[in-house]
Structures are given as C-alpha cells and as structure tokens.
Design a binder for this molecule. Structure first.
Ligand code: SF4
Length: 172
C-alpha cells in the first residue's frame, strides 16, 4: 500500500495520449503544452546537499515517480531522490515503462537497499505499433521485454532481484 507519490520533473518525454498528469498540468496551467516534452527538473537538485538528508523515519511506501518516468536525462537526480526517500526511512515503489539502461543502473545502484525498493513495470501491449500510438516517446515492447528478461536472468545469477524487484506486467 502506498502513502503518496514524489516527482522531480515537470513534463515527460513519453508523451502518452492517455496521460492524466499531462491533462491535469495543462488544465491547471502548471505547464505550457510545448514544455511537456522538455521534461525539466522542477527545481535544481544539488548532488551533495541533497544527497543525504537527516534520517526521518516515516515508514511509508512512496510511489516514484507518478507524473513522469525515469529517463537517463536526469538519471543522477532520480537516484539521489530515491536514495533520500530510503535514507529517510521509507520504502520506494519505482513505477516505470522500463527503459532497460535506466532499470539496470537503478538495480545496480540500489542493490544495498534492496529491502526498501521494489519495481512495477508497465507494459500496456505486446505490440510496439500499439505502444507507439499510445505512448509515442516510450520504450518499445521489445525494449521493455529486454529489460525484463535481462533482470530475470540476473535473478538466477545473482539471487537478489527476486527479492529486490516486484514486477507487475499490466496487459491491456
Ligand atoms: S509515462 Fe506516465 S507521466 Fe509520462 S507521459 Fe506516459 S502516462 Fe504521462
């Protein structure tokens, strides 16, 4: 069960047609239509001062992110944010359309915190043409499946992802 969500960016390059976050942001004039794809940080994140905040154990499970995905463009800041949430005593549920490079880096970087992080991959269709229509900037099915397969192999080899990653495949 989650206790809220955190985000660090405004806009999302995946530009899904069904995106509620985009509709909400445009409706309330939080962002200009052309700014959505720019996918900028909401505020500057300092790699040092934002890295470790004082422990403040809340015991919550926080969804991350909910109004954008995690891309390589701001990867280091996503990692800082996730680590800070965990250092503060929370668990983090990472929700992503599974860019394989991003997920591999996250799993490697968060290995020592595997008890506090889980993953939910969303794969709306097994057909990349369908995905391209609904989620024009998002990874293809092949790319998402590659991410999934790659980590399933690592579960066998490294014996950690089975506990570290809770993967949900949502088939529409
Ligand atoms: S990945 Fe999520 S936040 Fe990004 S455009 Fe698609 S639905 Fe919106």
């Amino acid at each position: 069960m989650s206790h809220g969500a955190e985000n660090i960016c405004a806009g999302c390059p995946y530009n899904c047609k069904y995106c509620c976050a985009k509709a909400w942001a445009l409706f309330y004039k939080k962002i200009e239509p052309r700014q959505w794809l720019a996918h900028k940080l909401l505020r500057p994140i300092h790699p040092i001062s934002d890295y470790r905040k004082p422990p403040n154990s809340t015991g919550k499970t926080i969804l991350y992110p909910s109004t954008h995905d995690i891309t390589m463009k701001h990867y280091i800041y996503h990692l800082i944010k996730i680590r800070n949430m965990i250092y503060s005593g929370n668990k983090v549920l990472v929700i992503s359309k599974a860019n394989s490079r991003v997920i591999r880096n996250l799993c490697d970087s968060l290995l020592s915190m595997k008890q506090s992080v889980s993953f939910m991959f969303t794969i709306g269709s097994v057909h990349s043409k369908t995905l391209k229509f609904w989620e024009p900037g998002a990874p293809t099915f092949e790319q998402r499946f590659k991410a999934l397969s790659m980590h399933m192999k690592e579960v066998i080899q490294l014996q950690y992802l089975a506990h570290q990653c809770l993967m949900h495949i949502l088939l529409i």
